[in-house]
Design a binder for this molecule. Sequence first.
Ligand code: OSB
Ligand code: MG
Length: 370
Amino acid sequence: MFRVDRLELRLLRLPLVAFFETSFGRSYDRTFILVTLGSDGIDGLGECVADANPFYSAETTTTAWHIIKDFIASLVLGRSFEHPRDVYPALRRIRGHQMAKAAVEMAAWDLAARKAGVPLHALLGGSRTSIESGVSIGIQDSLEQLAGKIETERAAGYRRIKIKIKPGWDVDAVEMVRAKFGDIPLMVDANAAYTLDHASHLAALDRFSLMMIEQPLEYDDLRDHAALQRQIRTPICLDESIHTVRSAEEAIAMGACRIINIKPGRVGGHAESIKLHDAAASHGIAVWHGGMLESGIGRAHNIHLSTLPNFTLPGDIAASRRYYVPDLIEPGIDVRTDGTIAVPQGPGIGVNVDADRVRAATIDTYELRA
Ligand code: OSB
Ligand code: MG
């Protein structure tokens, strides 16, 4: 049981170590909200994955700030919760805004785990002590640059390479990777850059034995993905299209995907992610943990969630040094030479937040007490 007596929002901006380009654009930094929930002097942290722009999803840092401050805060502040799984249902009146809800809900999980003195993964029900790590490599200026990046990440030990694709940067890029690196575990992510008219073009990827193609079609589509899956052999994985357990059940029933990328921010937090994970498992659908360029705080949450048994494929959870130097946590998240990450064993998310670095990155703050 915990009573939430404090809620703090911080808007942060951190420069990325290297630009990150997807089919919807190039980023040089990340602006995000850090949520703190307090109870009897103990704090729990959640990182909101909404970006400054509405290009990956409709939510932005500004909409999330508004929804948390003006609607979510009154539903959690001064309230006692038996378990953090009760937070998401308490927000039911608010439609959508999964990223805003998730940031608060995940802070509640960290808080509850810290209060109980247990690592977050124990509260979530996961048992792995290490997770498999993959990398997501953005669109580059040239195929030579892409080859260089892949060489670096392979040498670091990562177990799976994902490359971002878009029309004009797809078949040739994959062909180069296969020619240069052979039969490595490889997948592509289109971030909704194609339409069903591209079906025969996307079928040209079939000969490369990719693990999957992630979100080839529109961000809110299921029907065309089902049609596309009937025309290509490469398994389709959905990311953007899955925002609730219900949408996942619909996608599975329609044959719109064979694999699902779980990002707790996209589905409303840890409790909904566990439900989605369980539903996918019951249908024989593999899941893996996606990434949103999180700082070490959000990354630590992702590591804990990835300890659940149906996360059977390497996640987009890489070392801090690929994203932020320094990270907000000290030490940062490290990937071992065998491509795995050790699951933190301390209470809650189990990482040390560097308060000075958080302060230095802060643009705006807001605090409420019960
Ligand atoms: O589509 O998975 C995606 C980053 C930002 C927004 C969307 C996506 C991504 C990534 C990067 O692929 C994953 C990571 O390394 O955090
Ligand atoms: Mg994706």
